[in-house]
Design a protein around this ligand. Structure first.
Ligand SMILES: NC(=O)c1ccc[n+]([C@@H]2O[C@H](COP(=O)([O-])OP(=O)(O)OC[C@H]3O[C@@H](n4cnc5c(N)ncnc54)[C@H](O)[C@@H]3O)[C@@H](O)[C@H]2O)c1
Length: 273
């Protein structure tokens, strides 16, 4: 007998899933994979036109998608989005907190406004969304929250203002949500993406040789794609990860394991053929 392992394995068919920052990059890939798994997907983005464009593409592919403009840093906007998702698609069982931004700035010169703006989107935005969707996540049963952090949560990303601090905050907030809401039947887990080629980082890749230099720092010897993160997000969204709560998945092609390999040690640094 041949076993068929398709998207049905994920048990996400018909599940209502909300993805923030779904108008671009990693969020768009997560939304697309959820739709391909048969989920009914709400795409939230500050850029409503971008979310609508992705939603159209998913619907053309036979998926169910609902786009709406939402700024995750504004409580009223988030509350309104949660209401509209429930009205349009029913109780939401999966929230993917993905919206995020990066503003270059060194710590000696970052303005308080820039610092607070990054925290407001990357950290506070995830809390506001979790709180706004919590009643639906409970009503839907087996509610799962997936919080997108970064390897910058584990290592300081220099000259990036509050980015690392915001992402480190995401990891602890994610665990705190697990501890506080686990007894309500909810799960909260985080993903730390490594270097992923998206519009957020696309400019770097235009420089000749840049991609090869980045790949060389990674155990898997390649830069990550949004699909690499979507695959991890779908697992955490799915009841298949039902006993993971407060966990962190580092999805970086093994970059985080590379420190000793990058230290010059004559005779030890050769890459196997
Ligand atoms: N690309 C990488 O290498 C990488 C690495 C680690 C972590 N991440 C994280 O992954 C997530 C997605 O990043 P990406 O690379 O796909 O970025 P991206 O810039 O391609 O997409 C981010 C999306 O979020 C939206 N957004 C920004 N602020 C918002 C707000 N206040 N409310 C609603 N939507 C908002 C943007 O409009 C955009 O559509 C972010 O949290 C980012 O920090 C990315």
């Amino acid at each position: 007998m041949t076993m068929q392992v398709g998207n049905g394995w994920l048990q996400l068919e018909g599940r209502v899933c909300a993805v923030t920052g779904a108008g671009s990059g990693i969020g768009a890939a997560i939304a697309a994979e959820l739709a391909a798994a048969g989920a009914r997907v709400a795409l939230l983005d500050r850029d409503g036109a971008a979310a609508a464009q992705v939603a159209r593409r998913l619907e053309e592919g036979g998926g169910t998608a609902f786009a709406l403009e939402c700024d995750v840093s504004r409580e009223a906007s988030v509350q309104d989005a949660a209401r509209r998702v429930r009205h349009e698609l029913g109780d939401c069982g999966v929230l993917v907190n993905n919206a995020g931004m990066l503003r270059p700035a060194a710590l000696d010169s970052v303005t308080v406004e820039e610092w607070n703006a990054v925290l407001a989107v990357n950290l506070t935005g995830q809390l506001l969304c979790a709180r706004a969707f919590r009643p639906q996540l409970q009503a839907a049963g087996q509610g799962s929250i997936v919080n997108v952090a970064s390897i910058a949560a584990l290592h300081p990303q220099t000259r990036s203002g509050a980015y690392s601090a915001s992402k480190a905050g995401v990891l602890l907030m994610s665990r705190q949500l697990a501890a506080e809401w686990g007894p309500l039947g909810l799960r909260s887990n985080a993903i730390c993406p490594g270097m992923i080629r998206t519009p957020l980082s696309a400019k770097f890749y235009e420089e000749p040789g840049f991609e090869a230099r980045r790949a060389a720092l990674t155990a898997s010897r390649r830069v990550g794609e949004p699909l690499d993160i979507a695959n991890a997000a779908l697992f955490l969204a799915s009841p298949r990860s039902g006993y993971l709560n407060g966990a962190e998945l580092v999805v970086d092609g093994g970059m985080d394991t590379m420190l000793m390999d990058l230290v010059p040690r004559p005779g030890f640094n050769a890459t196997p053929a």
